[in-house]
Design a protein around this ligand. Structure first.
Ligand code: F6R
Length: 366
């Protein structure tokens, strides 16, 4: 049932081209120029005119929420707050009619997320679910929602569930941006084209697996690691760090690259691997400076770059190339090398990749 793969996690990483295709199939058409989620369509006015969107989630799903914050604000100009479900529910939050609360959950059974939704419902918010497991508790309590269609995810460490969540959230932001006239038609079309091209781009990227394994071999004995990114790549840094710590038990931290100088830079020495997302786009030059700061302190740089990059290649210890795409979709591509790195490091350390110690696939207790 692992389809020839050694672990479910690896199988699920490799399923991402198909999973992402399934998550947008029938929901967008680049040639005809439209995107439409069945769960959003009947409520488009309500959601597009929300006073604000509050997104609640836990763990990896919370990282998808952080990416979505950029999407909804940038493409649809709707104010967004992202909350850990466990914090949100216990702090007497302000929720009003006119708020749209989106819950993101692979399992649809996470106790804190479910309880936070119940609270939001009592306060009159409109609830929307982005869930993978069909018929799960969260899918039932929400007013509407969209399934990610990632297929069953068995590995405890979330992989394809995350990238399909981000895919769906991008589509939702595009719909809202279109409705609110906050997205330029050219940009909208480019995003549609790039979305349809994603599965093939992921296939290309997966061809780097053997090379990524050779990098993993060099850092498998690290005791600490830093992950850095800016903009939508910041949540990807958090997700990269979570993936490494949960399956390999190496302590890892994700930071916005610019925050490094406010503390974490003190940790950097020749034994510290620093994983950086340094892809083309608005933040590129700033990230290059951050890389130089790490190199000046002898840290090891493993950078994710856009294919064809030369500047980072010249200063980093290792670079992993991803295909060029719209900046909005970079998080989906950039997260995959981190999944593979964590996977190989964990395997080399003899860890139980699919069932890490102390973790459960679905956290149904508080
Ligand atoms: C990390 C991981 C967890 C889950 C979290 C939320 O790889 O799997 O952090 O993301 O427990 O679970 P769901 O999405 O099912 O609500």
């Amino acid at each position: 049932e692992k389809g020839g793969y050694e672990h479910f996690m690896l199988k699920e990483i490799y399923e991402q081209p198909r999973a992402i295709h399934d998550s947008f199939r029938g929901r967008l058409n680049a040639k005809e120029g439209w995107v439409s989620l069945g769960g959003v369509k009947p409520y488009i006015k309500e959601i597009a005119n929300a006073d604000r969107i509050v997104i609640i989630a836990c763990g990896t799903s919370w990282h998808a929420a952080l990416v979505a914050e950029y999407y909804f604000e940038d493409l649809a100009r709707i104010p967004v707050e992202v909350e850990y479900a466990s914090e949100f529910r216990y702090r007497n939050p302000i929720i009003r009619k006119g708020d749209v609360v989106i819950a993101i959950s692979q399992s649809g059974e996470t106790a804190d997320t479910l309880a936070a939704l119940k609270m939001a419902k009592e306060n009159g918010a409109f609830l929307f679910g982005i869930v993978n497991v069909v018929g799960s508790s969260i899918s039932r309590i929400t007013d509407s929602g969209s399934y990610t269609h990632a297929g069953p995810e068995i590995g405890v460490a979330s992989t394809k569930a995350f990238t399909t969540q981000v895919t769906l959230l991008a589509m939702m932001a595009m719909m809202l941006g279109k409705e609110r006239n906050t997205i330029a038609p050219k940009r909208f079309q480019k995003l549609l084209d790039e979305m349809e091209a994603l599965p093939d781009k992921i296939e290309t990227l997966l061809e780097s697996n053997d090379y990524i394994e050779t990098i993993a071999a060099q850092y498998k004995d690290a005791t600490n690691a830093l992950y850095l990114g800016r903009g939508t790549a910041f949540p990807i840094a958090l997700e990269g760090a979570l993936k490494l710590k949960e399956i390999s038990y190496i302590h890892a931290e994700g930071y916005p690259a610019a925050e490094m100088k406010h503390g974490p830079i003190a940790l950097i020495d020749e034994n510290m691997p620093v994983f950086v997302i340094a892809t083309e786009g608005e933040n590129y030059e700033k990230v290059v400076s951050n890389i130089q700061e790490v190199k000046a302190r002898k840290g090891k740089i493993i950078a994710i770059v856009t294919k064809g990059d030369t500047e980072v290649k010249a200063i980093a210890d290792h670079t992993i190339s991803i295909p060029s795409t719209d900046e909005v979709l970079v998080p989906i591509l950039a997260t995959i090398p981190f999944q593979l790195l964590s996977y190989h490091i964990a395997v080399m350390r003899g860890c139980n990749v699919d069932q890490p110690r102390n973790l459960a696939k679905s956290v149904t207790v508080e």
